[in-house]
Ligand binder design. Structure first.
Ligand code: SAM
Length: 243
């Protein structure tokens, strides 16, 4: 497989600036017109992943208001915006300029509808790929992005994300279990998936190993599944920390 940093990445960027943008904006939006049953199901599953991520963060000893959060591959802002509404200091970035400007638009709408006294802090939005993220953040979150990364690249990316995080690292990914392996194989019997829409599923074990090698351990895990959406959600902490 080509590296995510090579040909795949350009294909993924182009996809999320064009047909992928239209498709995912619809899925992540709230309108129901023109949204099919499968898309609605994926919307529901993804919303559960966002909700589970928020509740893990709220349950952590971390004070979300004022915490620095890096939302890596933010899409249309499904997570960045609710975090901003809790007063978190969010950097929301994505490889797709179309996604980032939609996220920005959504954040403006959210800001306009905040109740008086809301701690809402406008996120900083940047068009950039995961590889070029720098700095240190209390929390790094990366939801449903590793599906675009082949196995080795995903492991390397987890280490990179861990190097940016101080307290918490939350990652969701499509699990590579026998059943999903099977579905994927069936999918591959049909006309060759394009580079941009090729889906890489990951073994939990691989993700945990990469975290361990980076000096992190999984403190909490979640599994979200609807009919057409499946995700494992890991909340990791530095291996030495107690909470
Ligand atoms: N994290 C968001 C969420 O859960 O709502 C969006 C998930 S969407 C399925 C995947 C996102 O990853 C897209 O917005 C895409 O542009 C972005 N993406 C893919 N490869 C990327 C890369 N190498 N660097 C940054 N973003 C990337």
């Amino acid at each position: 497989a080509e590296a995510a940093g090579g040909g795949d990445k350009e294909a993924v960027r182009a996809y999320f600036n064009s047909t992928g943008f239209e498709r995912w904006r619809k899925i992540y939006g709230s309108a129901t017109e023109g949204v099919n049953r499968v898309q609605l199901d994926i919307r529901e599953g993804h919303a559960q992943t966002v909700a589970a991520t928020l509740s893990m963060l709220r349950d952590s000893p971390l004070q979300l208001a004022g915490a620095t959060v890096c939302d890596a591959g933010c899409g249309t802002g499904s997570l960045a915006i609710p975090l901003a509404a809790e007063g978190a200091d969010v950097l929301a970035s994505d490889i797709s300029a179309a996604m980032v400007s939609e996220a920005q638009r959504q954040a403006q709408l959210a800001l306009a509808s905040q109740p008086a006294g809301s701690p809402f802090r406008m996120p900083r939005f940047e068009v950039r790929d995961l590889e070029s993220l720098q700095g240190r953040y209390d929390v790094v979150v990366c939801l449903d992005v590793l599906i675009h990364y082949p196995r080795e690249e995903a492991r390397a990316m987890i280490k990179h994300l861990a190097s940016l995080a101080e307290k918490r690292l939350l990652i969701s990914f499509a699990p590579r279990t026998l059943y999903f392996d099977f579905l994927k194989r069936v999918g591959e019997l049909f006309p060759g998936p394009s580079k941009a829409t090729r889906a890489y599923l990951h073994a939990e074990r691989d993700i945990e190993d990469a975290l361990r090698e980076a000096g992190w351990r999984v403190a909490n895990r979640g599994f979200i599944s609807t009919q057409f959406y499946f995700a494992k959600l890991f909340e990791a902490v530095p291996a030495g920390s107690s909470s």
